[in-house]
Design a binder for this molecule. Structure first.
Ligand code: DGL
Length: 270
């Protein structure tokens, strides 16, 4: 099917997921939407995030004719996935970044105590905690909000002294002392995966959702008969507020610089 895949995030962090999707499904075209006018989502209420997510999904489906939606943001997945899934049930697949990760972790018998690091809203939603305790009651988990990380990464602070110090402070928390697995429950965090791995000196298995979600999307598109067979048209990357610094930062998340286009979905009254 030649329609594009719609992917959205609060900003440009979700480009880590978009990049994994392009690797797993190179023949597909994508429409990415980064809600840069409202980033960060991580400290906003679930109600407000859900309101944003519904409007963005509407844009991707009605204006851009997407055949599937990927919520490439843990915070938006925690706040709005159920609402979107119920709204589009039976018409288009809506994929979140949390459920494929839950499956991945619970299938790993080597993990007995998993840490979860994410934004405040994701942790406060209790979604990971609820799903882990329901799906695998014997799995111990420790969930911790790490609000500085997404901002730090977006400002280009990773693999340096500042990120080292911030990570040391968070990861040294006694709560994470005896974990053997760690879920990077924010789509910004793949950028600091190596640093986190180095901090734990390889003792902790690090789970990052980008690849897991891309593989899950491939399975769903295949099952629904929605896979694109021939190489398709070009990709588009929209943001709700354009600044040059967002465009420059796309390189770190997508592994190549992309041209951002501004979409005026929130422009009414401007
Ligand atoms: N990338 C978002 C996530 O996965 C977090 C960034 C934000 O706070 O907007 O949760």
């Amino acid at each position: 099917m030649s329609q594009p895949i719609g992917i959205f995030d609060s900003g440009i962090g979700g480009l880590t997921v978009a990049s994994a999707i392009k690797k797993v499904l190179p023949q597909e075209s994508i429409i990415y939407f980064g809600d840069t006018a409202h980033v960060p989502y991580g400290d906003k209420s679930r109600e407000l995030i859900s309101h944003y997510a519904v409007r963005i999904t509407d844009f991707l489906l009605k204006e851009k004719n997407c055949k599937a939606i990927v919520i490439a943001c843990n915070t938006a997945s925690a706040a709005a996935y159920e609402k979107l899934r119920d709204q589009y049930k039976g018409s288009i697949p809506v994929i979140n970044v949390i459920d494929p990760m839950i499956e991945e972790v619970i299938a790993d018998e080597s993990v007995k105590h998993v840490g979860i690091i994410a934004t405040k809203t994701t942790i406060a939603s209790g979604v990971y905690q609820e799903k882990f305790s329901r799906r695998k009651p014997q799995l111990k988990f420790s969930a911790m909000a790490t609000p500085l990380l997404a901002q730090m990464i977006e400002e280009g602070f990773y693999n340096n002294n500042i990120s080292d110090a911030v990570l040391k402070e968070y990861l040294g928390d006694p709560m994470l002392r005896d974990i053997d697995g760690l879920v990077l429950a924010c789509t910004h965090y793949p950028l600091i995966k190596k640093e986190i791995d180095a901090y734990f000196e390889g003792r902790v298995k690090i789970f990052d959702s980008a690849e897991v979600v891309a593989n899950k999307l491939r399975i769903i598109l295949e099952k629904e008969g929605l896979l694109q067979i021939e190489s398709s048209k070009e990709d588009h990357f929209y943001v709700s507020d354009y600044t040059k610094s967002f465009e420059i930062a796309t390189r770190i998340f997508f592994q190549q610089q992309v041209k951002l286009e501004r979409s005026g979905i929130w422009d009414e009254g401007l």
